[in-house]
Design a protein around this ligand. Structure first.
Ligand SMILES: [Zn+2]
Length: 201
């Protein structure tokens, strides 16, 4: 990868041998390996020993989870907050594991909509809850830095499954508790959002 980065620097019109750039290929490789380390993460390993059988069926919420990801269209960062809620039926996840789960799916090349769905689907599969809700609010540097669609460089996506989909009161309780920075009047379905990162040049 270091050779590729050196070539990239040269293609950009830089001199890869100048002092400030000498160690850049090594640093870039290290950074990229970390930022995509979610590919090597195993969900079962992350959750290992943290699934508990309990009699509890109230809403569990973990909000304001910071995440950083890379948009797969431009390899530029998008980042923000992820809010997760679920209503257990028989199993709960150790609370500290939910941010780890977010890391698994954010540390890859992503689109915001897919990341939102993957987090929700994983909690659904691993705990068979009555419902799962995931809301992601993110700023996309591929849009704000390039000056395109500035008004949409902040995007909100959601995945509502089970009782969060079926029951408007449950959904509103969750949305009220996380109090989105953005207006939530027209919360979009992940599949319909499509605007999180424009898939153009
Ligand atoms: Zn992008």
């Amino acid at each position: 990868m270091e050779d590729l980065i050196r070539n990239l620097l040269a293609e950009l019109g830089e001199d890869p041998t100048r002092e400030g750039l000498l160690n850049t290929p090594k640093r870039v490789e290290k950074a990229l390996r970390f930022l995509t380390s979610g590919y090597d993460a195993d969900v079962d390993h992350v959750l290992n020993g943290a699934l508990f059988t309990v009699e509890y069926s109230e809403m569990v919420i973990v909000k304001d989870i910071d995440f950083y990801s890379l948009c797969e269209h431009h390899l530029l960062p998008f980042f923000g907050k992820c809010h997760v809620a679920y209503i257990p039926s028989t199993k709960v996840i150790g609370l500290s594991k939910i941010p780890r789960l977010v890391d698994v799916f954010s540390r890859r090349l992503q689109v915001q909509e897919r990341m939102t769905n993957q987090i929700a689907q994983t909690i659904l599969e691993k705990t068979s809850p009555l419902g799962v809700a995931v809301v992601v609010e993110a700023t996309h540097l591929c849009m704000s830095m390039r000056g395109v669609q500035k008004q949409n460089s902040f995007a909100v996506t959601s995945a509502m499954l089970g009782s969060f989909r079926a029951n408007a009161r449950t959904r509103m309780e969750f949305l009220e508790l996380i109090k989105l920075r953005s207006s939530i009047s027209g919360l979009r379905e992940p599949s319909a959002a499509g605007m999180a990162c424009i898939d153009e040049e």
